[in-house]
Write a protein that binds this ligand. Structure first.
Ligand code: PNS
Length: 157
């Protein structure tokens, strides 16, 4: 079985993330969206909240599993028998950071391939950080996140 992992902080999950997960689901037998720890960020939502929000906006994807893990992504992939990591790529500014992570993950787990999926151009400049910022200034986030989780975000921020 071909299993792909879509990893991230998902703090919170945006329409851009959902787009990548949906498209990955069409290419692989199974896709796992996993909430991981990014030590460079201090999350706004707990891991449980982030997993719950992902589940609420991805119920229509039949071959998706949603999970969380607090260790290395390379180890998680081995544990799950996944062959591929899929990361969304937006602007050129993502590249350096993603390149470093892909090369590091390759050293930690040589059997694991990282593939980059081009963002949908609608979501080219979208990020969880932007969503949190708009919410913090009472802006309208409905263009960027799905209605099922909009109120959770507004209440928290
Ligand atoms: O959505 P993000 O914050 O860009 O995702 C980054 C994430 C969570 C995928 C990355 O920080 C990660 O893989 N964390 C788990 C720990 C790990 O494996 N670190 C080494 C990767 S080079």
């Amino acid at each position: 079985m071909r299993i792909a992992i879509v990893p991230g902080s998902f703090d919170p999950i945006t329409k851009g993330h959902v787009d990548i997960i949906e498209r990955t689901g069409k290419l692989f037998d199974k896709v796992i969206a996993v909430v991981l720890v990014n030590p460079t960020k201090k999350p706004t939502f707990t891991t449980e909240e982030r997993v719950d929000m992902i589940k609420r906006v991805t119920g229509h994807i039949p071959n998706l599993e949603v999970d969380s893990y607090s260790g290395l992504l390379a180890d998680y992939a081995r544990m799950k028998g996944a062959q591929t990591l899929v990361k969304g790529l937006r602007a050129v500014s993502d590249f350096e950071y993603e390149f470093q992570q892909a090369l590091t993950n390759k050293i930690l787990n040589p059997d694991l391939e990282t593939m980059f999926m081009m963002t949908n151009q609608k979501y080219m400049y979208l990020s969880s950080t932007i969503v949190r910022q708009i919410a913090a200034f009472d802006g309208d986030i409905s263009e960027f996140v799905l209605p099922e989780i909009k109120d959770d975000i507004l209440e928290r921020i």
